[in-house]
Ligand binder design. Sequence first.
Ligand code: CA
Length: 519
Amino acid sequence: MRWIRYLIISILPFAVSLTNGADKRPNILFIMSDDHAAHSISAYGSKVNTTSNIDRLAREGIKFNSCFCVNSICAPSRASILTGKYSHKNGVPVFNTFDGSQPTVSKYLQSAGYYTGIIGKWHLGSQPTGFDYWSVLPSQGVYYNPAFLTQDGRKVINGYVTEIITDLSLNFLKNRPKDKPFFLMCHHKAPHRAWEPNEKYKIEFAKKVIPEPPTLWDDYSTRADAIRNCKQKVFYDMTRRDLKLIPPANLSPAEKNKWLSTKPTSVEIQVDGKTNILTGIELNKYKYQRYMQDYLACIQSVDDSVGVLLDYLDKEGLSDNTIVIYTSDQGFFLGDHGLYDKRFMYEESLKMPFLLRWKNGVKTGVVEDSIILNIDFAPTFMEIAGVKIPDDIQGRSFLPLLKGEHPDNWRTRFYYRYYHDPGDHNTAAHYGMRTLTYKLIYYWKLDQWECFDLKNDPLELKNFYNDKDKQPIVAKLKQELYKLKKEVQDNDEFAYKQPPHGVDGRTFSAPVKFDPYQK
Ligand code: CA
């Protein structure tokens, strides 16, 4: 009877529109940052910062505790959000150029009468399609005086990127056609590496001492080689550029670049007018502090941006009928397991913050534990807009969860796959499954497995894959993993070879052909 539901949903908003002359479907303001881990949002219990504006969405709406991405890296997550599909279906397993001719949530909403826009980080290589308005950063973009690619060509805008994206979003809202509902994707660049805050928060956060996470000094015993071999470790892989060290004077540009790109074995700091040389454990602790101070300072500007946009909606009387979402393209390691960056299937990277306020549609202060995925966003927005969801969309609309309903057949597990190997951080390709209580990961090139009991070992420190008494559980989980793999039609053991480095949207380039190779 699914089609009847679609028919009713499809007709209803238009019927309303015909009777009173105005389209009453809700606006959707989708705010997404880049690499913002849920555990640096106070609504999610952050121990390292306070995000009072983002928290408003949790207080006034619904907080999802189990929102996950299906491939924890920037471009792939963005492609999954746009298409409602896994990486092997949308053509972006790594930094491939997005094929803009395929259907996307923005195209569906645009054709259903929404005024659509995207502002900020895009990072998909091809020109945005399905948007009435777009103004996007080329590739990663820069924090200060960024260039934007727009429908009218390339423009450099002076200022700090988070504030500029906020201003452009306000302009979009002010100048939109008022007879249509809008769908705006406001995509912040922050807090992506190289974590460059604005001056105000840079100074403020440089004075703070950030608590260390419990797994900062993880020794990786019991774990697969993947985590030992990766190069995304706070203590070992941060460069002088990451740590914002000042190069010696009189270096040529090439020498300066080389100096900044290398990893320091000691750092000189001034304490009470005296020079201290940090090495060993002291240096490691310093690296963690410098990383987190800048990362968190960047988030503070994003939090301000959310506040500005919410205030605007209030002032204009738009709050009741506008769905506001705050999320991030994936999570991030904040020194957890000694790491920075994302990629791995461990919780800190896999989990996305997802907060949603819809005054006309969702109760306040709701906490939802059901599993939702980034591929669910597109079908959810489509159902809200009254668009029929085609069968090839792999995500599922979570509109019932927003309404406080809990369908009996809601998912209790999901499939994950990461491809970018060796990538920028020598992170091993893997696929796996997370259930409500367990996680199984297969690093297929290494032929090594990890299995975690999320209930009794939430920090994922004890890999029990090889424990004799756990073999019945391992066997069952493996069986379920391959069932899921089949269900999402990831039908082989091939992995995609990454495209030549640099094919990541610095310019809009031709599509990169996949080159599968056998295990
Ligand atoms: Ca990202």
